[in-house]
Design a protein around this ligand. Structure first.
Ligand SMILES: [Zn+2]
Length: 290
């Protein structure tokens, strides 16, 4: 494909140059294009020609998605000045990509850093880092299926985190939440009064509490939502807030809550990964690209 050889450059210190505009093609078209690029790269490798641009192109797409996700979740009020979103590196499964310490609204491609799965930056950097990067490192280590993570201080999530009323899936778009959302206690013995997940030990405890679920609440602090791609993690973060608002509205109405059944949870969560469901992510990216 023509795109081979025209990829953007990943610098040696793991910073990545801005990539504009973001890839807004339909998901199926992009996947088909990537398959053709892979075959092109394979053909080039047979003749000993450099194929580095393929890896660069893949990383650049992930960085572009990460920047878009930061802006989308910030503009929808899910991320405040302190929340963050990350992606597992598409070329190194034992690394992840996360901005330096910045408000999500301000994040650009050049702010994205690479980290190992202990939360240590790859290469030297003088940048300030997010204190809670251990949320990401510990979950990527514990969950090979997770490719993206959103940590937010969403007000509606915090409301459920301090109540004994359970947060659960009651809408088709909130199916990934499941039957019951665990509330993580970040200060069980009074030694962590900030409630921040600011060291590796707390990150490991949080990842263990998340288990195989897609969302967890942190008491008085916020939530963590994971997904198989930046797009799905982003739409899940938006849909988790919508689901919580529907549930809250239903509680106000009184009477019994008719939640999704386990079969409905499973069937609807599976649908998220279909091409059709990428429509929401494409539309969201277009909204911040204008
Ligand atoms: Zn936090």
């Amino acid at each position: 494909m023509a795109r081979i050889g025209f990829g953007t450059v990943v610098q040696r210190n793991s910073f990545v140059r801005p990539i504009d505009p973001p890839d807004l093609r339909p998901y199926s078209e992009a996947v088909s294009d990537r398959r053709q690029i892979m075959w092109g790269a394979f053909a080039l490798s047979i003749f000993g020609l450099p194929v580095r641009s393929f890896a660069e192109d893949v990383v650049a797409n992930t960085v572009s998605d990460l920047v878009a996700s930061n802006h989308i979740l910030s503009s929808h009020g899910i991320l405040d000045s302190y929340g963050h979103v990350s992606a597992r590196s598409p070329t190194h499964a034992d690394r992840f990509l996360l901005s330096r310490s910045l408000a999500p609204h301000s994040v650009t491609a050049k702010d994205i850093l690479e980290f190992d799965l202990h939360g240590t930056p790859i290469g030297e950097t003088a940048s300030r880092l997010y204190l809670e990067r251990f949320i990401h490192s510990a979950i990527y280590r514990a969950r090979p299926d997770v490719m993206a993570i959103v940590h937010s201080h969403s007000a509606i999530s915090i409301a459920f985190s301090i109540s004994n009323v359970p947060l659960r899936a009651v809408t088709h778009f909130g199916a990934f939440i499941g039957r019951h959302t665990t509330v993580f206690e970040a200060d069980p013995d009074g030694r962590n009064p900030t409630l921040l997940i600011a060291n590796e030990e707390l990150g490991i405890r949080l990842a263990a509490a998340l288990g195989q679920e897609q969302m967890i609440l942190i008491r008085g602090h916020g939530d963590v939502i994971v997904g198989p791609s930046v797009g799905i993690a982003t739409t899940r973060a938006l849909n988790a807030a919508k689901n919580a608002k529907v549930l809250l509205g239903s509680y106000r109405l009184g009477g019994e809550i008719n939640s999704l059944t386990p079969d409905e949870d499973q069937a609807l969560t599976k649908m998220e990964t279909l091409d059709q469901e990428q429509r929401e992510w494409i539309a969201l990216k277009e909204s911040v690209a204008r």
